[in-house]
Ligand binder design. Structure first.
Ligand code: ADP
Ligand code: MG
Ligand code: MG
Length: 924
């Protein structure tokens, strides 16, 4: 098993791994040397790989070892047992730590070695996995620790923390149904009230208090689990490692993996590391920081720390941490050292780092580094700045901007005029930029329910924890009363691109009453609040939003917006994209406005115009209905003649907006019944308007009724039965093109016949188009450059593409219908089971959002190969919703399509994804 998966690994095997038969399950680091390195994230997890890397580049990292992800895989494949070699390898790992630290695991004499047991998946999964600190303490070793450190309070504080964490994470001593507080916290609170008659800070507890708490904690563990707390450090260590592996399958981890498409097979590693202590007194502390500001991208050291605390305290929100800049005054030497580390890390990793550190009696230790999660705005600024600083080149800069995050930059901000009138009711920390307005809910479940009903929701919490994840995903924005910029809420918001204001201390949230009271007013669930996550402001009520600087600059030509740094950076990024890309981006647009927007976003044509949308406006629908209700050719042609000028004007407007770029125009596609009114009232009104008997309408509606409209009388089938519809549409397109040419601008229509499965279908329709074209050119006395092709959207069309390509000058993959027909799954009906399918991992992603590459993708591949065999230069594109999905765009690049087409606002996303795909090719 171990062998099989190691073949897939990109990282080189460790130097130490000679030709010994048994696999290496444990990788050590410490004192400047490491078995692993930063490239081995698949095997060592992100945390372990980077601890090894930091050790290699000479940073102060406490020694330790990583138990590989292969052990996790083995663990789940073998009924939660371990490979037999593991125990000996772990013993060697512990011995290595003991040697470097000069301490001994389980020592009752001298200084005992204490360890942290830390999870470490390949990608960081904030808050999902549990870490246990101070492991190795028991009634005997704690005495040794007191003696060695002469710091009684510290030693007992560690022991108390250890039992609490271990009891919670490993032994499952947690809140039961109906309990409001964690049981250990209840014990602490009870004790504080008993002895001090009030709630005092943990740091005020004396050694004797901690000792008493240890006693009560152990009693609690015995009561809840029926077992005494494990005494033997090795039992503790095995138990903790097992719990980390076990947490890979807990609910929260599963929800997170699903959201981010992380495969279950990856597994987690376990890191065992010598403890260093931030809780020995006032010359010690713990902190977290980013080498630059991850919310807005400013090049400033950004983070927070707590004096006399262990790391968990910083993110737990129990005490409010101080900005890391204050360390400059409080511990100038450590601060200077930290700044040096900051520079070293950025230079080495060539990216912004998110670090965790501890200072023990003035000495700095690095406990973690990883590429920092960032908002889209920060990612943009980082990437542009780092090119200027010559840390990275422009191609790397493109890859630093996640395509699926780019939309954040286009997200609305509050309307300036409206926001000036709005009432500020609180301020907090700007943790996730953007503007959000919505109805408030205080718990994740209710937020999810409301969002499912289509409400815009703000999740309001005192602080968030991983249990709130579902609610956070459903909400437009997140507002918390407590917690700093590295709190759970901030972290998750940044990653998901949610608007977030955290630590708005003025909010008094009452979960029981379901209210929040602030600035003298009380708001209940369902009331509106608005938050500005760029400024950290909370407003009463609903506020209208306005377009972002980028939209304002691009679409509205707003000069002030164009002068902003964000706008300029965006333009620079897109320039680079244009330089790198192979795959072009077109847009799906039905109106001149949409077209103009897409062109402003950089689209180079229309990949799909859905002509039917044009039939719904104003009184056109009447002419359309008249056509459908007509019972002879003459009447139908008369109705169509009324539609012709409308269509011609529409196309003319679109050609004008296109500024010479091509437009693929799809002829009528939906079933006719979609155009007729359903209710009896509407039918009666229509009958009156058209001066016909309502019975006739009822009859026609009945006649057109279909059991399965998706597979019914639609697409080219309409034009086959009623050629006059195709003829009218062809005339409208070509006359508009002729008029455009006469008016002095170029029109390049590409007429697209939908739903073709048989070559003969296309032949008939194309002949008709050519016939009309000949007439129009003669009438207008201009030559029109146009082409005729088809949409490949049913499997038979893909499979017989070689035949169809004799007639089709281009193919456009209609991946919406191609997915429906390939999977035999109606998009509109799939909602009832797709969730379960994704949960059961039958498909990782919604196939209607991201192309099913193995199934639908194969049909595409067949069609491309066969199409090219007949017509080597056939133009190939895609026009399904998938055209705006980064993974699908990358897939289309791989297939060698010439363009993707997507809705106007997805154009930037597609352009970025296309450029990234081209760069990935270069790096191969
Ligand atoms: P997470 O993945 O949730 O961040 P970590 O394994 O990084 O969990 O541990 C959380 C915190 O515990 C760290 O930020 C650090 O402050 C503290 N910690 C972890 N390892 C050690 C250690 N060896 N010595 C002291 N503190 C540690
Ligand atoms: Mg960490
Ligand atoms: Mg279709």
């Amino acid at each position: 098993m171990a062998k099989k998966s190691s073949a897939k690994k990109s990282a080189k095997p460790a130097a130490k791994k000679s030709n010994a038969k048994s696999a290496q399950y444990v990788y050590t680091w410490g004192a400047g040397k490491a078995d692993g390195n930063g490239g081995m994230k698949a095997l060592l997890g992100g945390k372990g790989a980077n601890l090894a890397e930091m050790t290699r580049i000479g940073l102060p990292v406490p020694p330790g070892f990583t138990i590989t992800t292969e052990v996790c895989t083995y663990f789940y494949a073998h009924k939660k047992t371990y490979p037999k070699e593991l125990q000996a390898q772990m013993a060697a790992g512990v011995a290595n730590m003991e040697k470097i630290m000069g301490t001994k695991f389980g020592a009752t004499d001298g200084t005992p070695l204490l360890v942290a047991v830390r999870s470490g998946a390949r990608d960081s999964m904030p808050g999902m996995m549990d870490t246990i600190l101070n492991l190795g303490l028991n009634d005997s070793t704690v005495v040794a620790l007191v003696k060695a450190t002469k710091n009684e309070r510290f030693a007992w504080d560690c022991y108390r923390r250890f039992i609490q964490m271990y009891g919670d994470v490993v032994l499952g001593v947690q809140k039961k149904e109906g309990e409001d507080h964690e049981p250990f916290e209840t014990v602490i609170e009870g004790f504080k009230h008993e002895k001090y008659h009030q709630d005092i800070e943990d740091s005020k507890l004396t050694a004797a208090d901690q000792q008493e708490l240890v006693k009560r904690f152990k009693a609690l563990v015995l009561e809840r689990t029926g077992h005494v707390f494990p005494h033997d450090p090795w039992d503790q260590l095995r138990g903790a490692a097992g719990a980390v592996f076990g947490s890979w399958m807990n609910d929260r981890a599963i929800v997170y993996r699903r959201k981010y498409n992380i495969p279950t097979e990856w597994g987690t590693a376990v890191n065992v590391q010598a403890m260093v202590f931030g809780n020995t007194g006032d010359t010690s502390g713990s902190g977290v920081a980013f080498t630059r500001n991850p919310a807005n991208g400013t090049n400033e050291f950004y983070g927070e720390f707590l004096i006399n605390a262990q790391g968990e305290d910083v993110v737990a929100g129990v005490r409010t941490p101080e900005p890391v800049l204050k360390l400059k005054d409080q511990m100038p030497k450590s601060y200077a050292e930290l700044l040096k580390v900051r520079a070293t890390l950025e230079k080495h990793f060539k990216d912004v780092q998110d670090i965790e550190f501890t200072i023990q009696e003035g000495k700095l230790f690095m406990l973690q580094t990883r590429n920092g999660k960032r908002t889209a705005a920060a990612a943009l600024k980082f990437s542009i700045d780092m090119v200027k600083e010559k840390l990275i080149d422009w191609k790397t800069a493109i890859t630093r901007n996640p395509a699926d995050q780019l939309e954040q930059l286009l997200a609305p901000i509050f309307d300036l005029a409206e926001v000036r009138k709005a009432k500020v009711i609180a301020t907090g920390l700007p943790a996730g930029p953007g503007a959000a307005t919505g109805k408030i809910y205080f718990n994740a479940d209710r937020a999810v329910t409301a969002a499912e009903k289509g409400e815009k929701v703000l999740l309001v919490r005192v602080e968030t924890s991983p249990e709130d994840l579902r609610g956070m995903i459903a909400a437009e924005g997140i507002l918390t009363a407590r917690g700093g910029v590295s709190s759970h809420a901030a972290l998750v918001a940044r990653q998901m691109g949610k608007v977030c204001v955290c630590g708005a201390a003025a909010l008094q949230v009452d979960y029981d009453k379901k209210t929040v009271t602030v600035s003298g007013a009380t708001y209940g669930e369902g009331d509106f609040l608005s938050i500005d996550g760029t400024a950290g402001t909370v407003y009463a009520g609903q506020i209208k939003t306005a377009p972002s600087e980028i939209i304002a600059g691009l679409i509205h030509g707003d000069k002030a917006a164009q002068a902003t740094e964000k706008f300029k950076s965006y333009v620079q990024l897109m320039k680079w994209c244009a330089q790198a890309t192979k795959l072009q981006v077109r847009t799906n647009a039905d109106t001149p406005e949409q077209t103009a927007q897409a062109i402003a976003f950089g689209a180079v044509g229309i990949g799909l115009t859905r002509t039917e949308h044009m039939f719904f406006e104003g009184d056109r629908i009447d002419a359309m209905r008249e056509m459908i209700l007509a019972d002879n050719l003459g009447a139908r042609e008369a109705a169509l003649a009324k539609l012709l000028p409308y269509q011609r004007d529409d196309f003319y407007g679109i050609f004008k907006a296109l500024k010479g770029f091509p437009a693929t125009i799809r002829f009528l596609d939906p079933p006719l019944h979609e155009f007729l009114p359903n209710s009896t009232d509407q039918q009666a009104a229509l009958a009156k308007k058209l001066g016909i008997d309502v019975k006739k309408i009822e009859h026609r509606v009945h006649e057109l009724h279909e059991f399965n409209p998706m597979l019914g009388f639609r697409g080219c089938r309409l034009g086959i039965k009623y050629p006059e519809i195709t003829a009218m549409q062809a005339r409208a397109v070509l006359e508009a093109a002729a008029d455009a040419t006469k008016a002095g601008f170029k029109a390049r229509p590409e007429i697209m016949i939908p739903l073709v499965g048989f070559k003969r279908e296309l032949d008939l329709q194309v002949a008709l188009v050519h016939e009309v074209a000949a007439k129009v050119q003669a009438e207008k006395k201009v030559k029109i450059s146009y082409s005729v092709g088809t949409m490949i959207e049913i499997p038979r069309g893909a499979l017989t593409a070689d035949e169809i390509a004799h007639t089709a000058e281009f193919f456009s993959f209609g991946t919406n219908d191609l997915t429906q027909t390939c999977l035999g799954m109606s998009r509109d009906d799939s909602g009832s089971f797709l969730g379960a399918y994704q949960e059961s991992e039958i498909m990782k992603k919604n196939p209607f959002a991201s192309i099913d590459q193995t199934g639908v993708g194969q049909l595409m591949q067949i069609a491309i190969e066969k199409g090219r065999k007949t017509r080597p230069d056939i133009k190939l594109g895609i026009c399904g919703e998938h055209g705006g999905d980064p993974d699908s765009v990358k897939f289309c690049h791989k297939l060698g399509l010439s363009y993707v087409s997507c809705s106007p606002y997805r154009v930037p996303v597609a352009r970025l994804a296309a450029a990234q795909a081209a760069i990935a090719d270069l790096k191969k």
